[in-house]
Design a protein. Structure first.
Length: 327
C-alpha cells in the first residue's frame, strides 16, 4: 500500500514539474528554422552556424537557429516559396533561385560580370548590393546577407572543354532559371533544368552529360565521380543569399532584428574565410580522385557570351553600369 502511495506521489510530482509549477521557468526559446541544400561542414551552412552562435550569445539563448541540411525541406525553389509565405523562417539559397522572384537580382548571375573577388565584394557590400537585398522586401523576403560561392565552370562526362564550340551538343543541367538556360543555349549546348538534389541521379543515368558549378559543390555532390572533366571557364560568380521570412521578421522585436542583421553581416567574413579553405581542400581531393582539370580559352568564352550580354545590358540598364563603376 505504502509503495503504491509513493508511486502516486512521484507521478504527481513529475506532472507538476512538467506543468511548470513551483519553478520559475524561462519562456521557450524562439527556434528559427533554416533550410540549405548542402550538408554540415559546407561553408554556406557553417556561415549560418556561426550566425546562430552569435545570436544565441547575444540573446542569452532566447533566439536560436536550427538548420535543415541536404534539401530535407525540399528544393530551393520551394524553400524560397515557403520563406515568402512565412511557412519557413529562413533559407540559404543560390541567387539564381531568388532572381526568378525578383528579376533585378538576375544581374548578379550574368556571365563574366565581376572582374575579380574584390570587385564582386565591392558591389555586394556597396550601394548596389544593399539596394538589391532591400528590394526583396516587396516580395515578403528579407535579404539578410550574401555569401561567397566562388566561380562556376562547366564539367561533363564526355570531354574537356577548351573553347565554346566544344560544348556543342552536350546536355547540361542548369539551375531552374531562365537566364542560365539562355546562357547555356547561347553557347550551343542543351540546357536541362533540374533541382540540385536530383542532378547526381540524372548524371549517373546518362540523362545529362554534365552541369556547371563551383569546385566545392562539384566535390560534395559527388558529381565528379560521373563527370570527370572540369574545365575552368569561370563563367559566373553567383553569390549565395540568406533569406528571412518577412512575416517571421515582423514578429520579432526591433532589438532582436537588429541583433540578427548585425550578426548576419559579421558572419560574412567568417563564411568567406571558410570558403577559401574549403575550396582548396576540395580541389586537392578532386585531384587525388583523378579528375581532369583544364584551363579554357577565356577570350573565346567572353566573345561567345557577348551577344547574350548585350540583351541583358538593355534589361539591366543603369544597374550594370553601376556595377562596372565599382571596379
Ligand atoms: C551550389 C549552391 C546551391 C545551389 C546549387 C545548384 O550553393 O545553393 O542549389 O549550386 O547548382 O553552388 O543548384
Amino acid at each position: 500500500m505504502k509503495k503504491v502511495y509513493g508511486l502516486w506521489l512521484g507521478i504527481i510530482f513529475l506532472v507538476a514539474i512538467s506543468a511548470g509549477f513551483g519553478a520559475a521557468r524561462s519562456p521557450a526559446p524562439i527556434v528559427l528554422r533554416c533550410a540549405d541544400v548542402h550538408a554540415f561542414g559546407y561553408p554556406t551552412i557553417e556561415g549560418v552556424r556561426y550566425l546562430d552562435q552569435l545570436v544565441r550569445k547575444r540573446t542569452g539563448g532566447r533566439i536560436q537557429i536550427k538548420i535543415y541540411p541536404e534539401s530535407s525541406l525540399g528544393p530551393e525553389k520551394s524553400v524560397v516559396e515557403m520563406v515568402k509565405l512565412g511557412l519557413l523562417d529562413m533559407g540559404r539559397v543560390s541567387m539564381t533561385e531568388v532572381a526568378e522572384v525578383d528579376y533585378r537580382l538576375g544581374v548578379l548571375i550574368l556571365p563574366y560580370l565581376f572582374e575579380n573577388d574584390d570587385h564582386k565584394w565591392n558591389v555586394l557590400n556597396g550601394p548596389v548590393g544593399k539596394a538589391l537585398l532591400a528590394g526583396l522586401s516587396q516580395y515578403n523576403l528579407i535579404g539578410l546577407c550574401f555569401q561567397e560561392a566562388g566561380y562556376r565552370s562547366f564539367y561533363n562526362s564526355k570531354r574537356p572543354i577548351y573553347r565554346p564550340e566544344d560544348l556543342k551538343g552536350l546536355k547540361l543541367r542548369v539551375q531552374p532559371s531562365r537566364i542560365m538556360a539562355k546562357l547555356v543555349e547561347s553557347l550551343g549546348a542543351s540546357p536541362v533544368p533540374i533541382n540540385y538534389g536530383e542532378v547526381y541521379a540524372a548524371l549517373s543515368a546518362g540523362v545529362i552529360d554534365g552541369a556547371e558549378n563551383n569546385i566545392p559543390s562539384y566535390y560534395t555532390s559527388g558529381h565528379y565521380r560521373v563527370a570527370r572533366y572540369f574545365s575552368f571557364d569561370r563563367h559566373a560568380s553567383i553569390p549565395e543569399v540568406l533569406l528571412f521570412s518577412k512575416k517571421a521578421w515582423m514578429n520579432l522585436k526591433e532589438a532582436d532584428r537588429r541583433i540578427i542583421s548585425n550578426a548576419a553581416q559579421e558572419s560574412v567574413d567568417y563564411q568567406r574565410r571558410q570558403w577559401a579553405q574549403f575550396e582548396k581542400d576540395c580541389y586537392r581531393k578532386l585531384e587525388d580522385a583523378g579528375c581532369q582539370f583544364n584551363e579554357v580559352d577565356l577570350e573565346a568564352f567572353k566573345a561567345a557570351v557577348a551577344p547574350f550580354y548585350r540583351d541583358y545590358r538593355e534589361k539591366y540598364r543603369g544597374l550594370i553600369e553601376s556595377i562596372e563603376k565599382a571596379r
